[in-house]
Design a binder for this molecule. Structure first.
Ligand code: SAH
Length: 372
């Protein structure tokens, strides 16, 4: 074990002021602005903020260490996708993915090391829960991705990496506020994805910043969802729909449902009809993606043909859906593949290099509009 978990981005404005006051022995005045601008406009480590005097920089370097140490960085999709594996101060490992599209650049951040939600098809769920990330560790993922992105501005952040954001509510929300205030990301470009923690969704609805909500649905009947997404046993579909309605009414944001299509499990016409009936009254948009392969789950993603048929069935029943193009499969950066364990070799799966489609909406994949 190393240092206690912390990141220089764990300090909010007043904590930085207190730290500078302590180091300088006097009110920091414009030094505080220089430090803040260095961290958030310059995206610099304190040691590199050259507007500050050298002695202060070296004190700050000691008191404000980076929270993320790059363990590996992999690049895929012709340079348009980058995945990092970070080592945190206590040796926990988490992943972040940066995806460039023609019209935007999106970072997919982790909120926990591991996950306690135990969805069997998800690689992070398979590894179990390690710990919550701190606010700074979440914010720093975006800062580091923006550093790499250079001239291409990170416009969107999706909380769809490792972990369940609403199970680490306070730190996740503090990160949302920091991204908004300090990095200038607009609330409509921030998306929180959840398995469906109803109290968390209700809290989100009360926040001042209206962020987008994505719910990982995967089944629209309780029996199947109890199996695929075990938290459904605690908050079944009817309660989830009520909470979603509250969020929509309070924020005016469009709701989206994530649906990983699993061959013969949730990709039959009846599944599409049930999903359409569930989504329609909420006006929810449905994002379809064939299940990505993970080491610990013996099922496979739906074929291209079944995906298209499912999307047709949804459309015939009045629901809006988009088929998403997987990003980062060859670097194991695709949805559900984030698993901070370098010894695992993913299983081969014939559909994993699917590449058709174009990008337009938020999310870790590009989108393929439905055929007419
Ligand atoms: N815990 C949050 C966010 C992390 S998971 C949530 O569940 O929403 C991000 C998305 O990837 C979720 O929609 C999740 O259901 C999906 N996912 C997990 N494993 C997957 C897999 N093997 N293939 C495709 N999508 C997967």
């Amino acid at each position: 074990m190393g240092r206690l978990p912390s990141s220089c981005y764990d300090h909010d404005h007043s904590a930085l002021e207190a730290l500078l006051t302590d180091l300088l022995g006097t009110a920091p005045g414009y030094r505080l602005d220089q430090l803040w601008q260095g961290l958030y406009d310059g995206l610099l480590d304190p040691a590199a903020i050259t507007t500050l005097p050298a002695s202060l920089r070296s004190d700050l370097a000691e008191r404000l260490p980076a929270g993320l140490v790059e363990e590996t960085r992999s690049v895929g999709d012709g340079g348009e996708t980058t995945k990092w594996l970070w080592r945190l101060a206590d040796d926990a490992l988490v992943e972040t993915v940066l995806m460039h599209y023609d019209d935007r650049s999106t970072v997919c951040v982790s909120t926990q090391s591991g996950c306690a939600m135990a969805c069997g098809f998800c690689a992070t769920g398979q590894m179990g829960f390690d710990r919550n990330l701190t606010t700074g560790e979440i914010v720093e993922q975006v800062v580091r991705a923006q550093r790499q992105a250079g001239e291409r501005r990170v416009s969107n952040v999706v909380f769809m990496g490792m972990g369940e954001p609403l199970a680490n509510y306070d730190r996740t929300w503090a990160a949302v506020e920091r991204l908004h205030e300090a990095l200038g990301l607009s609330a409509r470009h921030l998306t929180i994805s959840t398995v469906g923690l109803v109290p968390g969704i209700r809290r989100l609805a009360e926040e001042d910043l209206p962020v987008n909500l994505a719910v990982s649905l995967h089944a629209a009947d309780d029996e199947l969802r109890d199996e695929l997404v075990p938290i459904n046993r605690r908050w079944p579909l009817a309660e989830l729909a009520d909470a979603c309605r509250t969020h929509i009414d309070a924020t005016g944001r469009r709701l989206s449902f994530e649906w990983a299509l699993i061959h013969d499990v949730n990709d039959r016409p009846g599944d599409a009809r049930r999903l359409a009936a569930y989504a329609r009254p909420l006006g929810a948009h449905i994002n379809l993606i064939p299940l990505n392969p993970t080491p610990g789950w013996p099922t496979r993603g739906s074929s291209r043909q079944r995906v298209l048929a499912f999307a047709d069935e949804l459309r015939n029943h009045g629901a809006n859906a988009t088929i998403r193009r997987t990003r980062g499969t060859e670097i194991d950066a695709a949805c559900g593949q984030l698993r901070a364990n370098r010894t695992v070799t993913p299983v081969a799966w014939p559909g994993r290099r699917q590449t058709d489609g174009t990008g337009s909406a938020d999310g870790p994949q590009g989108d393929l509009p439905l055929p007419d």
